[in-house]
Design a protein around this ligand. Structure first.
Ligand code: G1P
Ligand code: ZN
Length: 545
């Protein structure tokens, strides 16, 4: 095996964000850019000699080029075997499932999740540990430090590996196995849910479902599981072929980017009763009923409240966890069930210790991420199957299930406003000024509600004691209302300000008031205290979800 050592110099800005390193494809295409980062990952590991690495991605532009480079570098780093998804495909939850089932040392996932793909758009890379979950901050900090001092990377000279058919080959002494990307994952999902009952639901003539894979990674998974194993009619899955540019779309399953699905479900003529979608790398989900979108925070709460209907969870939940900006709807379910509810910073990596320690069974984020202890990533198709299992047992429309949930627990009226592409310096000024002002806000009134507390969220992991500061500014009002401010950690251009708004309403007669109307006083408060318009020059958010 001919290992060559290539001299290199550090690139600035290789700091992993909320979920790995994300940059424009053009940035990744600079000679040595990907190599430096991968070498920094390998240099931060120890004990990988002879072990197994899992490798795959969401199929976006540059996925295949990156895989060939990483394979040759993995051989140079001493890995014994790499399991690569056929055609370079592995959804994020499937990669997590493969790492766990095959007892791998870790995995590299190539994805920029819901960000657009193509030569002028985004690419990303992240490392997952042997528990199948995203590396923790201690590891990503070590990788970042290494990128700042790197002087060489190591790579084996070898021809490209054929990724298009299943089988085994070698690069030097390292084995390369091209695996079916769906098999382990589908088997795992089948072990959690009542597939016979879901198949029965899908066979009913009055129940029609549509799954929009958004030309992203979940196409092959949805075809195999929904239409294959569960027998849904062909055509249930739309946009099911992964494309390097996602067909020019924005593979984020929200009411803006999955508008076609939403309008199909709103159209009585379509005959559809259930719609779902997932994102670029298959870890996010959207659940839509007839003329009714389920907000991700509500979805998490409904999922938790219905655990008894699902074979894998019927024995009970040890606890639940949500990211801080996610609505407190699930807290109310946990309180009624008498189980703990953990509040973590934004990003799935913070759920890992809770899941590993058996403290939480279900986790979720307001950003369309839901999952459980079956893997260590959020899981789009898992959420869809969970809902199908609920529907198969309860035999009620989606909207009725959610409204009944609100009547029982009250409604956490919730919305997120995103201001995208703000100049980074302005966004930082806004956050700094607001942070300084926090103590003066206590006692202020907003729409008859008093501000009870205001802080910058700091998290101490209850399992490993690690501390994460500055995880979002919270203004907490009476009766569970909140305004939260955060800067996104996944963007590739400027800064995105996220404003999270929540108001609790116990009175069912007020559950039909339009969400934005009910949250308007909190928006006014946010604009005023954070001086959003004067500092950013933005009069309104770009995306409301
Ligand atoms: C966003 C979401 C966050 C999610 C992450 C990865 O991060 O807000 O909940 O974990 O994408 O999918 P952000 O851009 O806010 O840092
Ligand atoms: Zn994603």
């Amino acid at each position: 095996m001919n290992i060559i050592t290539v001299a290199t110099t550090p690139f600035a800005g290789q700091k992993p964000g909320t979920s790995g390193l994300r940059k424009k494809v053009k940035v990744f295409q600079q000679p040595g850019y990907l190599e430096n980062f991968v070498q920094a990952i390998f240099d931060s590991l120890s004990g990988q000699q002879g072990k197994t690495l899992v490798l795959g991605g969401d199929g976006r532009y540059f996925n295949d080029t990156a895989i060939q480079i990483i394979l040759r570098m993995a051989a140079a780093a001493g890995f014994g075997r790499v399991l690569v998804g056929c055609n370079g495909i592995l959804s994020t939850p499937a990669a997590s499932a493969v790492i766990r089932k095959q007892g791998a040392f870790g995995g590299i996932i190539l994805s920029a999740s819901h960000n657009p793909g193509g030569p002028d758009d985004d690419f990303g890379i992240k490392y997952n540990l042997e528990n199948g979950g995203p590396a923790n901050e201690t590891f990503t900090d070590a990788v970042y430090r290494r990128t700042q001092e790197i002087s060489a990377y190591r790579i084996v000279e070898a021809p490209d590996v054929d990724l298009t058919s299943l089988g085994e080959t070698r690069i030097g002494s390292m084995q390369v196995c091209i695996i079916n990307p769906v098999a382990d994952y589908a088997e795992l999902l089948e072990s959690l849910f009542d597939f016979d009952r879901i198949a029965g639901l899908l066979a009913r003539p009055e129940f029609r479902m549509r799954f929009d894979a958004m030309h992203a990674v979940n196409g092959p998974y949805a075809h195999a599981i929904l239409e294959g194993r569960l027998g849904a009619p062909k055509g249930t899955v739309i946009n099911g072929t992964p494309l390097p540019d996602f067909g020019g779309g924005h593979p984020d399953p929200n009411p803006v980017y999955a508008a076609e699905l939403v309008s199909a479900l709103a159209d009585a003529q379509s005959g559809l009763s259930f719609g779902a979608a997932s994102d670029g790398d298959g870890d996010r989900n959207m659940i839509v009923g007839r003329g009714f979108i389920v907000s991700p925070s509500d979805s998490l709460a409904v999922i938790a409240a219905n655990y008894k209907l699902i074979p894998a969870y019927a024995k009970g939940l040890s606890g639940v966890a949500r990211s801080m900006p996610t609505s407190c709807a699930v807290d109310r379910v946990a309180a009624e069930m008498g189980i703990p509810c953990y509040e973590t910073p934004t990003g799935w990596k913070y759920f890992g210790t809770l899941l590993d320690a058996g403290k939480a069974t279900l986790c979720g984020e307001e950003s369309a991420g839901t999952g459980s202890n079956h893997v260590r990533e959020k899981d789009g198709l898992w959420a869809v199957l969970y809902w199908l299992n609920i529907l198969a047992v309860r035999d009620e429309p989606v909207e009725q299930i959610v409204r009944e949930h609100w009547r029982r627990f009250g409604r956490n009226i919730y919305s997120r406003h995103d201001y995208e592409g703000i100049e980074t310096a302005k966004a930082e000024t806004l956050m700094d000024e607001l942070r300084k002002k926090l103590p003066t806000l206590i006692g202020m009134e907003c729409d008859g509600m008093r501000i009870e507390a205001a802080d910058d969220f700091c998290y101490i992991d209850p399992v490993d004691g690690s501390r994460s500061d500055k995880q979002g500014i919270r203004i907490l009002l009476e009766n569970g209302s909140r305004v939260v401010f955060r800067l996104s950690g996944t963007g590739t251009e400027g800064a995105t300000l996220r404003l999270y708004l929540e108001r609790y309403e116990a009175d069912a007669s007020r559950h039909t008031i339009p969400t934005q109307e009910s949250l308007a006083p909190l928006v006014a408060l946010a604009e005023k205290v954070a001086r959003i318009v004067p500092i950013t020059g933005r009069k309104a958010p770009d995306v409301i979800s």
